[in-house]
Design a protein around this ligand. Structure first.
Ligand code: HEM
Length: 430
């Protein structure tokens, strides 16, 4: 008994240092979000392996195999529900974790590479979700993947080539299902594991999580102090997921029918922000230029001089918290206002070709001007430190994404018209 306990402790100490700074054990520093992401990934691997025992990746058998899982396999629906709930929670938790890392100044010098690895992990989490979306081969899967892959065709120059690469041809069919299956069960999980270990190692190399006052301060042994906290977060989360899986069934509509498009046909919730952009912008800007600008900003932010907040304090100071909250509120109002304005006062159709200017260049310059103006106002007029201004601008952008996603999920009905969430046809795509 004693020897097996020692071997478990040794295993834990391969992943963690023998002791950790006491300041990093404070729950409100990280809310255990990184640990939650690891727990959810663990649940996904275990339930994914179980689902693989019955799933068949052929277009004429995939839907039937899901019916077998949900109707005949003991605990089949429960395992599928856990997989579905964990996958969606992982997207949300990874986004929250990214936000906490930025808001506690954890992308500064010494942690920049880990921020970039983290962004790669986020891309992989989205890829894992999206490739899994097609596998049930029902109407929801078929049309969501149709919408998302057709967005690729708007990418200038190589768009059609990209679309055919992902679909394995011009249409969605057996080659698409085969591509998505291999990506979902082998390539993406493999990369996710490799990048995760790199990520954990970089946390360890940086001396643990960020903390105020950085170096010094008392240290506590990892076992039991850190271990007890990780177990508490992990087990509570597992209990929560099991509860959700008991009351909330993973969706399964009728078998995929390429001849019958649902109305509205929506992307998965985490891509509905982009689908919302498509309603307001020229497709090249909505699908390519804006997402690239967003990704470039996230990649570059740690290298912007003085962009990292003082480590370990949420938003740096009480003033930083007020600025971030203020900018977030402004972003919510501004984005809602623009969506309503564009809906009820659509820009008059100009000569063909002018959409590139009215729905592309003009809104892009306006948005860049809003960010530049907000940053200048914060730093020059209100005297905020650069890092607090960067964080406030990130909150402004986050608010825009939140509004676009909420509107896309709950407020778009048939023909993607604005509807009240409970109105018929306005239901969300889970
Ligand atoms: C599958 C997705 C991810 C997993 C499993 C994961 C896991 C973890 C874990 C376990 C930690 C240490 C504990 C904690 O901070 O709660 C951590 C820290 C960190 N993560 Fe992630 N992470 C993921 C995604 C991301 C993303 C999307 C970013 C940001 C772009 C990111 C950036 C960082 C950074 C910079 C640290 C160090 C934080 C510090 O020093 O305080 N991670 N991650």
């Amino acid at each position: 008994m004693a020897s097996s306990r020692k071997s478990v402790t040794d295993l834990i100490l391969h992943l963690h240092p023998p002791s950790v700074p006491a300041a990093t054990l404070r729950f409100r520093l990280s809310f255990g979000l990184g640990g939650m992401a690891v727990t959810l990934a663990g649940l996904l691997f275990v339930t994914g392996l179980l689902l693989l025992l019955a799933y068949r990746p052929e277009t004429d058998a995939a839907y039937g195999s899901i019916l077998v899982i949900t109707r005949e396999v003991p605990f089949g629906p429960f395992v599928r529900n856990i997989h579905h709930a964990s996958a969606n929670l992982l997207v949300a938790v990874a986004l929250l974790h990214l936000f906490r890392v930025a808001a506690t100044g954890a992308f500064g010098p010494g942690r920049r590479l880990n921020w970039i690895i983290g962004l790669a992990l986020l891309a992989l989490v989205l890829a894992a979700n999206f490739t899994g979306y097609l596998l049930p081969w029902d109407q929801l899967a078929y049309w969501a993947v149709t919408i998302c892959t057709s967005m690729l065709s708007y990418v200038p120059l190589g768009g059609q080539w990209l679309l055919e690469l992902f679909r394995g041809g011009t249409d969605i069919g057996q080659p698409t299902l085969a591509n998505f299956f291999v990506l979902h069960v082998a390539a993406v999980p493999g990369l996710l594991i490799a990048f995760s270990f790199w990520h954990f190692w970089l946390v360890r190399r940086a001396g643990g999580l960020v903390r105020s006052g950085e170096e010094g301060g008392p240290r506590l042994p990892t076992v039991p102090h850190l271990l007890a906290r990780e177990a508490a977060v992990g087990l509570s989360l597992i209990a929560f997921v099991l509860l959700v899986a008991m009351v909330w069934d993973a969706p399964l509509l009728a078998q995929a029918n390429p001849a019958l498009s649902p109305n509205p046909a929506k992307a998965p919730w985490y891509f509905q922000g982009f689908q919302e952009l498509l309603l307001h912008l020229d497709p090249v800007f909505a699908v390519c230029i804006w997402p690239l600008l967003g990704a470039a900003a996230l990649l570059a932010v740690p290298f912007w001089p003085g962009s990292a907040l003082p480590p370990g304090d949420w938003f740096g100071s009480p003033r930083g918290r007020r600025l971030a909250a203020g900018m977030f509120a402004a972003g919510l109002l501004l984005t809602t206002g623009v969506i309503l304005l564009d809906n009820f006062l659509p820009v008059a159709a100009g000569p063909s070709g002018s959409a590139w200017i009215t729905r592309g260049l003009l809104p892009t310059f306006l948005v860049l001007a809003v960010f530049a103006g907000a940053y200048r106002l914060l730093v020059k007029t209100w005297g905020a430190p650069r890092a607090e201004a960067v964080m406030a601008c990130l909150c402004l952008a986050l608010a825009g994404l939140v509004v676009c996603t909420v509107v896309g999920v709950w407020f778009r009905g048939p023909e993607m018209r604005l509807v009240w969430p409970l109105a018929q046809g306005g239901a969300s795509t889970p």
